[in-house]
Ligand binder design. Structure first.
Ligand SMILES: [Zn+2]
Ligand SMILES: [Zn+2]
Length: 217
């Protein structure tokens, strides 16, 4: 399993980054990205700390730990500049907290995240056809979420992504130990979204390619 969207206690997750990565390795993950919630108040504080701990763990453990960020509840016009700042601070994966059906995310967030060319638009909710087509063009991955609430729109996202050729990744958005899932559980989430086993393999391959790009091998 490769999971490119999780939270540590650097935002609202329960675990220290090292414990999150250790538990992920224990249930069979090959790689995990830690993508804590950030806006302009805490971005420059979180990213360097995640970069440091991921370097420490990657030097010693087999699992790949990827320092990332989830830009969350930004006024949409701030997404592009903060995504650029996150990358300059060392974030290897920039996720944006998309327009999920269960949180009042600012309208326009999905569109601005895609225009900014972030890596993953998380839980994009009832994303439009136009935005889905643009995601394909800009090579922004759309997320199928294993998280309760966010997962309500998985079927819609899967259907539009399939129709417009946008690429998908499957993540947990895990905040607690019990949120991490096995490959078998992830397959159920994909099938439940109306995708097929081949689509699931493709999603894992997409995640694997992102990790390979991060580590340059
Ligand atoms: Zn989110
Ligand atoms: Zn999240």
């Amino acid at each position: 399993m490769i999971d490119l969207h999780t939270h540590s206690l650097f935002s609202d997750g329960e675990l220290l980054p090292s414990e999150l990565v250790r538990r992920a390795e224990e249930i069979g993950y090959e790689a995990v990205a830690i993508t804590d919630h950030a806006d302009s108040s805490n971005l420059d504080w979180i990213v360097p700390h995640l970069v440091r701990v991921c370097e420490d763990l990657n030097r010693r453990w087999k699992i790949r730990a990827v320092p990332g960020i989830e830009l969350t509840h930004l006024p949409p016009d701030m997404i592009a500049p903060l995504a650029a700042e996150a990358r300059s601070l060392g974030a290897k994966i920039v996720v944006v907290h998309g327009e999920t059906p269960v949180v009042p995310v600012a309208p326009g967030t999905n569109g601005k995240a895609i225009e900014a060319g972030v890596d993953i638009l998380a839980h994009p909710g009832l994303i439009s056809e136009k935005e889905t087509a643009l995601a394909r063009e800009r090579k922004v991955f759309l997320e199928i979420s294993a998280r309760r609430g966010h997962s309500l729109a998985n079927g819609h996202i899967a259907r539009l992504a399939t129709r417009f050729g946008a690429s998908l990744v499957l993540n947990t958005d895990g905040h607690a130990p019990g949120d991490l899932i096995t490959r078998g559980q992830a397959l159920k989430v994909a099938l439940g979204a109306g995708l097929e086993a081949g689509d699931f393999e493709r999603m894992l391959q997409n995640s694997s390619e992102i990790v390979t790009r991060v580590f340059g091998k």
